[in-house]
Write a new protein. Structure first.
Length: 379
């Protein structure tokens, strides 16, 4: 997501993570051959190359991604409703948009209060124009110039207002004769950030296992679940999420350690349920998290929407997760970490085989972005 760069005092070297299965199996940071994870934040993945992510583009008003985020949509609602309070009897007249759910906005579109519907439609139109402007700006970047298709996901995607805004942006780009296809995320956003974790693993990992645990860490929610697929499925065509757990942490305002402890409880619950069902889980957790991810699992920047400080010099997310779930079925685990927008986009790998270059925008608490080049199956 687009974030302001921070000046980071570095008074002392960052402590190295303790040796684990991730560090000792080959002596160079790779996991053992049965898991064979790439580096955290890796560019070269089995089915796609990550050309860029977390691009921080500015204009005279600040980061352009801020104009096409979930917050930006609600800000548009608030501005327009102030101008049209006399047109509606709906609670929208006096209720802040941040206090309303996407379902409530959707209900307004199909309700009888035309004044309220006009306010929401007005916000959708302006938001679609913002998405269009953001796409045009991204397409000027070197890593996006050859992009043929853009998948739009994130929390707003799963609402009617979000889908209308995405399709309206697609029409605006056609009118501007911009040669790019805009498509909504095909999976439910709650599951896409987990399904994409499959692409962080080596293809042979799932040949010996029934599934793996995946985690999606966001600025509003924590989600985790078990991803299962057929053992012969390399690209995730048969992948599905089982036992999905969800916690809206923003409602509780926890600190970092409290949030991680809660997540640790969710992970242990999943592992216990899988054991009762006699599922053989791979000894790995695939994680999507906001920010720019360093090879050793440190978050360089971009995690400002998470509870507490996840960019601290002495904090390593992969180590924190291993401490809370050190073993699965008696085996030490590895963690595969990447940016959350990257992982959500990777859930679309099987649908992108007909294009060489593609990208993703995720409209959530902020705006995530990533671009990819498809890796041909025979390579």
């Amino acid at each position: 997501m687009a974030v302001a760069r921070k000046t980071r005092p570095r008074s002392k070297p960052r402590p190295k993570p303790r040796p684990t299965i991730h560090d000792t199996a080959h002596g160079d940071g790779r996991a053992p051959s049965h898991v064979a994870l790439p580096w955290h934040g890796a560019a070269d993945l089995p089915a796609a190359q990550v050309d860029s992510y977390n691009l921080e583009l500015r204009d005279t008003e600040g980061f352009i991604g801020d104009k096409a985020s979930g917050r930006a949509f609600r800000d548009l609602i608030d501005r327009i409703r102030k101008e049209g309070r006399d047109l509606t009897e709906h609670d929208l007249r006096t209720t802040r948009a941040r206090d309303m759910s996407k379902k409530e906005f959707d209900a307004i579109l199909t309700g009888e209060d035309l004044g309220a519907a006009a306010i929401v439609h007005g916000a959708i139109e302006e938001f679609a124009q913002s998405i269009t402007a953001v796409v045009q700006r991204f397409l000027k970047q070197k890593s996006w110039r050859d992009v043929q298709r853009i998948v739009v996901g994130g929390g707003l995607r799963r609402s009617r207002v979000g889908e209308i805004a995405i399709l309206r942006a697609a029409l605006l780009l056609r009118e501007a004769e911009v040669d790019v296809e805009i498509v909504p995320l095909s999976h439910h956003p709650d599951e896409a950030g987990l399904l994409g974790g499959l692409q962080l693993l080596a293809p042979e990992t799932m040949a010996e296992h029934d599934g793996f645990i995946a985690v999606d860490i966001g600025g509003t929610n924590l989600r985790c679940g078990i991803v299962t697929l057929k053992k012969t499925d390399r690209f995730g065509d048969s992948a599905s999420v089982e036992l999905l757990l969800h916690w809206r942490h923003r409602d509780h305002r926890p600190g970092r350690e409290e949030a991680l402890d809660h997540l640790g409880g969710m992970l242990r619950e999943l592992a216990a349920k899988a054991k009762r069902r006699k599922w053989k889980l791979a000894p790995v957790i695939a994680v999507g998290c906001p920010g720019l991810i360093a090879k050793d699992g440190w978050i360089k920047r971009g995690a400002q929407n998470l509870p507490g400080n996840w960019e601290a010099e002495d904090f390593n997310l992969t180590e924190a997760l291993r401490e809370r779930l050190p073993r699965i079925d008696g085996r030490s685990i590895s963690v595969a970490l990447h940016n959350d927008a990257v992982v959500q986009g990777l859930s679309e790998v099987s649908r992108m085989r007909d294009v060489e270059h593609w990208a993703v925008l995720t409209i959530g608490t902020g705006l995530g972005n990533a671009s990819y080049t498809t890796v041909k199956q025979d390579t």
